[in-house]
Design a protein around this ligand. Structure first.
Ligand SMILES: C=CC1=C(C)c2cc3[nH]c(cc4nc(cc5[nH]c(cc1n2)c(C)c5CCC(=O)O)C(CCC(=O)O)=C4C)c(C)c3C=C
Ligand code: FE2
Ligand code: FE2
Length: 363
């Protein structure tokens, strides 16, 4: 175990310490090419929080089979969604970070250092925390950009923070946001997204709420992800005033042969198509920004599955992305989690007077 191996910035007497807010997302390859996708997948799929198979069994499968076949196929998929600005996941994370920083500033939080990092790929969690330390940050609020907690998403993002702290001599003070699956602002932002889409395009026969899947075994081992997805689904349905038959929660992106959380999205879409459903809309509430899993797997592949099976119309409702209601909710989540963390220097005059009185009373 390597402890306090990161260099400490020189102690600054001339600047007051700052509070940082670190948004963490999954990460994405540098380019939509086999060469760039391979190291990204290697880092991602080597994470024992993501693939829980014993290392001795997993290494030969990963290095001998998966990393020789998947990068090319995934690169082709990435190429189909890549934009002029880059990977959608990175572009949305950057924009969300900039917008929430601006909004926090408008709310009087101008002194916060707000930045983003990626669990896999660049910029790494360690590099961004080191930059924040250089800028005088000594307290950090960590916000994984996953509404529902899963060990394989939020858990591993927090691992990256704690591993960095393990290497620090002068450790940061940290707070972490575990989840926000039932946060009223997040649910309201989702509901607004769907209702404004329906206002413009009419309503479907069925709303499919598709969440990223995880192995079913993680549920029995105690991962709260499944329950949190179902709760988000129920709250969104309530906000949209949907009946039980109007929507279905499904799980996508199954990887490998083991059973994952069910019902799976793709077979559900095929079954809805086979049943000659007139129109299906799909929304992905577990992703706060569009990415490969939503734009390629749901908007493209899902559409094909549904139409080929005999379905009528298929509409994909985009993720929260830069919607003002979502940015507002994110700022609320941040402000709520910063409560009680005011700097003595920032305390209002009234509070200072109260503290002075208390101090006086004890002397
Ligand atoms: C191998 C198992 C995987 C688990 C478990 C898993 C959980 C998980 N993932 C997300 C969010 C995203 N995953 C994305 C891509 C992606 N996911 C896996 C595998 C697992 N994910 C792979 C191999 C990939 C890469 C693409 C591919 O080759 O298929 C993405 C999109 C990334 C992008 O660049 O756009 C997101 C986002 C969550 C939230 C989660 C657990 C709940
Ligand atoms: Fe994934
Ligand atoms: Fe559950």
């Amino acid at each position: 175990m390597i402890t306090h191996s990161l260099p400490e910035p020189a102690f600054r007497h001339d600047q007051s310490a700052k509070t940082g807010v670190l948004l963490i997302n999954l990460g994405t390859p540098d380019a939509p090419t086999t060469k760039a996708v391979r190291p990204y997948l290697k880092q991602f799929l080597s994470d024992p929080r993501v693939v829980e198979i014993p290392r001795l069994l997993w290494w030969p499968i990963l290095n001998g089979i998966i990393l020789n076949t998947r990068p090319k196929k995934s690169a082709e998929k990435y190429a189909s969604i890549w934009t002029q600005e880059g990977s959608p996941l990175l572009v949305h994370t950057q924009k969300q970070c900039k917008l929430v920083k601006g909004l926090l500033g408008e709310r009087g939080q101008q002194n916060l250092v707000v930045d983003y990092a990626m669990r896999y790929g660049k910029p790494s969690v360690e590099s961004v925390i080191c930059q924040m330390r250089e800028r005088g940050v000594d307290r950090l609020l960590v916000v994984p950009l996953y509404p529902q907690y899963a060990a394989s998403s939020s858990g591993t993002a927090l691992d990256a923070v704690f591993t960095t702290l393990l290497k620090q001599r002068n450790m940061l003070e940290v707070r972490t946001v575990r989840h926000f699956h039932d946060h009223p602002g997040y649910i309201a932002a989702l509901a607004q997204r769907v209702t404004s889409f329906w206002r413009q395009n009419g309503r479907p026969d069925k709303l499919v709420m598709s969440f990223h899947g995880v192995p079913k075994a993680t549920l029995t081992k105690g991962d709260p992800y499944h329950c949190e997805c179902l709760k988000t689904g129920r709250l969104l349905a309530e906000a949209l005033e949907l009946g039980a038959d109007d929507y279905i929660v499904t799980f996508q992106s199954r990887f490998g042969r083991a059973e994952w959380l069910q019902p799976y999205t793709a077979p559900t879409l095929k079954a809805l198509g086979k049943a000659a459903t007139r129109r299906v809309d799909v929304v992905c509430p577990g992703f706060v920004g569009d990415c490969l899993e939503t734009l390629e797997e749901i908007a493209m592949e899902g559409k094909e599955d549904f139409l080929m099976a005999g379905g009528g119309e298929y509409r994909y409702i985009e993720c929260l992305n830069e919607s003002p209601a979502w940015i507002d909710a994110l700022a609320d989540i941040i402000c709520h989690n910063l409560l009680g963390w005011e700097r003595i220097d920032d305390l209002t005059g009234k509070m200072r007077i109260n503290m002075a009185k208390k101090l006086g009373a004890t002397q």
